[in-house]
Design a protein around this ligand. Structure first.
Ligand code: IPM
Ligand code: MG
Length: 355
């Protein structure tokens, strides 16, 4: 089959890791008889430099008419002082919103070879960690009304956290459906002891739970959840949470698996096309130096094969190649934990050689 991929390499380390992901896909194509074609779209700082805005309508149209969108990372120091509405991140948020990819799946597993890179003790890691963060992606405080103004002579600003029951119900369904295919436990994370939006979140999650009696549901406040993921990460299966808590919690969880450079994500909507992106940022401090870890990006491409193209065997082939590469001892700097390091490109070559 032919698949048309919109490729948004973005900024910083984005182009380096995106280039490796397309090589991996091409190798899969060769081996399994598929053709992947790429249409590049500019996003974030790259688009600001070319067009003065972090994403253009044309880029969004190309994304919408593709079979799947693969994204590197956006942002960098160069654009840090730009007007807030034009920041690189706004391009990504607009793309997510336009595509209505409301369900961000962030699987966090700890590879046995990378246990040394985890800051947690061996007895806490036990026989391993396997958590799926289901983060709401197109609502909440990221998209609520916001304003910076003067009140009583003081500079004042606010951002509104707002959800309706429909937005909560659809993401809760995704979490319960995911749990049914896993270990049948959902931990919903909120701040219902303080926030109205969280009280509604909790009530709707409980309603949806009625359709999934086999799944065990627990609720945790975000502060407690942030503590529990380092105290006893093995208690979690699926973590369901809103946009802002999911952003924070997934970075924390990525670190306990060894490195944020390892975690892929899939952002899914009801009607495709879906968006695939590593959870890490553009890492401007190491950009262009062949130091980045391309594995989160490669694993995001695998998620695209699985969720958008229904190519499970091919997705597994990539994931197994990554595992074998780690087992053979190859490490980028972020996961080296004292071992010898190789560069981003070399890491890509090692994975390619194992497909
Ligand atoms: C992420 C990132 C983005 C987010 C930024 C770049 C806007 O941190 O995907 O987690 O906050 O969603
Ligand atoms: Mg984040």
């Amino acid at each position: 089959m032919d698949y048309k991929i919109a490729l948004a390499a973005g900024d910083g380390i984005g182009p380096e890791i995106a280039g490796i992901a397309t090589k991996v896909l091409d190798k899969i194509g060769e081996k399994y008889g598929h053709e992947f074609t790429y249409e590049n779209i500019l996003l974030g700082g790259a688009s600001i430099d070319a067009h003065g805005v972090p994403v253009t309508d044309e880029a969004i149209e190309i994304a919408k008419s593709s079979d799947g969108i693969l994204l590197g990372a956006v942002g960098g120091w160069k654009w840090d002082t730009i007007e807030p509405k034009l920041r690189p991140e706004q391009g990504l948020l607009k793309l997510r919103k336009e595509l209505q990819v409301y369900a961000n799946l962030r699987p966090a597993i700890i590879y046995k070879e990378l246990r040394d890179a985890s800051p947690l003790k061996n007895e806490i890691l036990g026989d391993g960690i396997d958590i799926l963060v289901v983060r709401e992606l197109v609502g909440g405080i990221y998209f609520g009304e916001r304003k910076t103004y003067e009140e009583d002579g003081l500079r004042t600003a606010y951002d509104m956290e707002k959800y309706n029951e429909g937005e909560i119900r659809r993401i809760a369904k995704i979490a319960f459906e995911s749990a049914m295919k896993r270990n049948k436990k959902v931990t919903s994370v909120d701040k219902a002891n303080v926030l109205d939006s969280s009280k509604l979140w909790r009530a709707v999650v409980e309603e949806v739970h009625k359709d999934y009696p086999e799944v065990k549901l627990e609720h945790l406040y975000i502060d407690n959840a942030a503590m529990q993921v380092v105290r006893d990460p093995r208690q979690f299966d699926v973590i369901l949470t809103n946009n802002i808590f999911g952003d924070i919690l997934s970075d924390e969880i990525s670190q306990i698996t060894g490195s944020i450079g390892m975690l892929p994500s899939a952002s899914l909507g009801d009607n495709g096309p879906h968006l695939y992106e590593p959870i890490h940022g553009s890492a401007p401090d190491i950009a262009g130096q062949n130091l980045a870890n391309p594995l989160a990006m490669i694993l995001s491409a695998a998620m695209m094969l699985r969720y958008s193209f229904n190519l499970e065997t091919e997705a597994k082939a990539i994931e197994e190649a990554v595992e074998k590469t780690l087992a053979a001892g190859f490490r980028t700097g972020d996961i080296a934990a004292g071992k010898e390091k190789i560069g981003c490109k070399e890491m890509g070559e090692e994975v390619l050689a194992r497909i």
